[in-house]
Design a protein around this ligand. Structure first.
Ligand code: 5AD
Ligand code: FES
Length: 343
């Protein structure tokens, strides 16, 4: 079935039935890796962009069935960083060479538009050469607009699954797929660089669902695409479900690189959790972004979306050094640039 991988490489697209064949593992993984790397090198050379991840709050009003910080998990330890703590993460990050700060958190109403806007303004004033990325879930158009005007450059909001039927099985009734999609299109029309993405191997997911995800991404045309294997968390309804596999995640990363040649695609922490060299394998299969953790060590374990998450005991500097080693050992190099999307 290598001819399908050849065709995907040439045409950046396949029919649904052809995609199904490739997703289900026909065709040699080596060929997919070879082409994925060729395409990433054509646009990005050996560059890998760093994003400093600051996990600002583990409070969340949502109750997604897969997520360890869902509101009904009474065992989750909750924290939120103060403004001073966030600024101090940025300071450390800047010294370590990060030129993008990603502020991520659960949907926590404590982080009002006023608070976030004034924080973003301060970060942009202090670090005008840095990009600010937000990952704070679903908010109103007005809110996204205010945050953008305050200086936010990018927004990460995984669509999680493009199938309304599967979306319904992974989320409580009060959450709607329609609203999530609307948020993504709002973000795009406001001029954010937008990141979408989905989980791999989440309960009830079929190949057809994954094809819907790829089609959704073709319509949305996000600048960034984050995918990661589902990993069960012991305090959620999915505690006994099987995790997604490294093999399928890597195959999808390769497919994404061929379908979206210029996308920014991170080798995620979830990939590193599945296998010790997961992120290196991701880099070799088309990924060009890594997101080392900049959160204070004291809160790291509390931002527990899934079990056995890596990098929860490391200081920021250790994470940065560890990733540099991993990137170089995989044959790539850290870029000192902001790493904006090239489309
Ligand atoms: N396994 C893997 N990824 C998860 N996420 C949330 N819970 C899990 C889990 N159990 C992902 C979601 C979310 C991102 C921040 O983390 O895709 O968008
Ligand atoms: Fe965090 Fe390796 S990336 S310790």
């Amino acid at each position: 079935m290598d001819f399908l991988i050849e065709k995907l490489y040439r045409e950046k697209n396949l029919s649904d039935s052809e995609l199904k064949t490739v997703i289900e593992g026909f065709g040699s993984p080596e060929l997919l890796v070879k082409y994925a790397d060729e395409v990433r090198q054509k646009y990005y050379g050996k560059k890998v962009y760093l994003r400093g991840l600051i996990e600002i709050s583990s409070y969340c009003k949502n109750d997604c069935l897969y997520c360890g910080i869902r509101r009904s998990n009474n065992n989750a330890e909750r924290y939120r960083l103060t403004r001073e703590e966030i600024m101090s993460c940025c300071e450390t990050g800047y010294e370590l060479g990060f030129r993008t700060f990603v502020m991520q958190g659960g949907e926590d109403s404590y982080f009002t538009d006023d608070f976030m806007c004034s924080l973003i303004t301060e970060i942009k004033q202090k670090y005008p050469d840095c990009a600010v990325t937000l990952s704070l879930g679903e908010r109103s158009y007005k809110s996204y607009e205010r945050l953008k005007n305050a200086g936010a450059d990018r927004y990460l909001l995984r669509h999680e699954t493009a199938s309304p039927e599967l979306y319904g099985k992974l989320h409580p009734k009060e959450m709607s797929f329609k609203n999530r999609v609307e948020c993504l299109y709002n973000l795009r029309s406001l001029g954010y660089q937008v990141g979408a993405g989905f989980m791999v191997g989440v309960p009830f997911q079929t190949t057809e669902h994954i094809i819907e995800d790829l089609r959704f991404l073709q319509d949305l045309k996000p600048h960034m695409i984050g995918i990661g294997a589902f990993i069960p968390h012991h305090d959620t309804p999915f505690r006994n479900e099987k995790a997604g596999t490294l093999g399928l995640t890597l195959r999808l990363l390769g497919i994404l690189r061929l379908m979206f040649p210029t996308a920014l695609i991170p080798a995620t922490t979830a990939l590193g959790t599945l296998a010790p060299n997961g992120r290196e394998l991701g880099l070799k299969t088309g990924c060009n972004v890594v997101m080392p953790n900049l959160s204070p060590v004291a809160v790291r374990k509390k931002y527990s979306l899934y079990d056995n998450k890596i990098c929860t005991g490391e200081e920021s500097a250790e994470c940065r050094a560890c990733l540099q080693r991993r990137i170089e050992s995989a044959g790539y190099e850290i870029s000192a640039e902001r790493g904006d999307a090239i489309i």
